[in-house]
Design a binder for this molecule. Structure first.
Ligand SMILES: NC(=O)c1ccc[n+]([C@@H]2O[C@H](COP(=O)([O-])OP(=O)(O)OC[C@H]3O[C@@H](n4cnc5c(N)ncnc54)[C@H](OP(=O)(O)O)[C@@H]3O)[C@@H](O)[C@H]2O)c1
Length: 253
């Protein structure tokens, strides 16, 4: 029987690249996201290769998530791997200048949305047992603070600790759990963060070599296809041309 991957945020960036990578590996695909036309285009692209099921889904809506999981056709269950990828950063400005709604949107998507999907799919993942996996998209921002990171970084710290705590509870089920924590990667991430400022997005990635969506998709596929007895707990990946910087110090003028 074919393995099934359930991907959130399959309409762009890492999620879309992961859909293509798993298709290449012969997996059946469950592709979700809010933009239906992009899901349809991806299904049209990949359906000749592997079985594809699409579901328009906002991960923030727990009832809709449960309904989408309940409505999975028989050929797409039980799910083998869940890729908890849907997420976003907003408001790249100091905390004191952020609109409260932007904080709520990040928490609702990156934290509440991720637990909604995990909760709905846990029974199927446990049914799959050995070889099953949950791959959560964290970030270097979950470990390393930076100005303007505020709730985004905190939400990714949640992803890291939730990953580790899930591992404790899922011990003996065979279900693996991994936090993949990328550094700078060129996707629609900065376009979303700046609310559509293409020039700001281009500027961020100009003159350097960021990670690509395909680079991260390869890592996602790697951890999900390791032998069943191996669990990568956390995989932090930066471009070679990115590193940490010195502490900032406030000084008298
Ligand atoms: N790019 C980076 O530098 C970077 C670094 C570290 C971590 N990450 C993390 O990697 C993940 C993927 O980001 P990306 O870089 O691929 O960004 P992206 O190109 O903007 O893709 C984000 C995806 O998340 C989906 N999404 C957002 N809100 C959603 C919601 N409420 N319900 C369902 N889907 C939703 C979007 O689909 P719809 O809009 O169609 O719903 C889209 O498919 C995120 O969790 C992000 O925090 C990114």
């Amino acid at each position: 029987m074919s393995k099934v991957v359930f991907i959130t945020g399959a309409t762009s960036g890492f999620g879309r690249a992961a859909a293509r990578r798993f298709a290449q590996g012969g997996w059946s695909l469950v592709l979700t996201g809010r933009r239906t036309e992009r899901l349809e285009a991806l299904r049209d692209e990949l359906a000749a290769q592997v079985p594809v099921h699409i579901a328009t889904l906002d991960v923030r809506d727990a009832a809709a998530v449960q309904a989408a999981v309940d409505a999975l056709p028989a050929d797409f269950r039980p799910v083998t791997s869940l890729i908890n990828n849907a997420g976003l950063a907003l408001a790249p400005v100091p905390a004191q200048k952020v609109a409260l709604q932007d904080w709520h949107t990040m928490i609702d998507t990156n934290v509440t949305g991720l637990v909604n999907v995990t909760h709905a799919l846990l029974p199927q993942l446990i049914e799959t047992g050995a070889g099953a996996s949950i791959v959560n998209l964290g970030s270097v921002a979950g470990q390393w603070p930076y100005p303007g990171g505020h709730v985004y970084g905190a939400s990714k710290a949640f992803v890291q600790q939730f990953t580790y705590n899930l591992r404790c509870d899922l011990l003996s089920t065979g279900v693996r759990v991994t936090d993949i924590a990328p550094g700078m990667a060129e996707t629609e991430f900065t376009l979303v963060r700046t609310k559509g400022d293409q020039a700001a997005s281009d500027k961020l990635y100009r003159g350097t070599t960021p990670l690509s969506a395909e680079d991260i998709a390869e890592q996602i596929f790697y951890v999900a296809t390791l032998p069943a007895h191996i669990n990568i707990n956390r995989l932090e990946i930066m471009p070679t041309r990115q590193a940490w910087s010195a502490f900032a110090v406030d000084r008298d003028a």
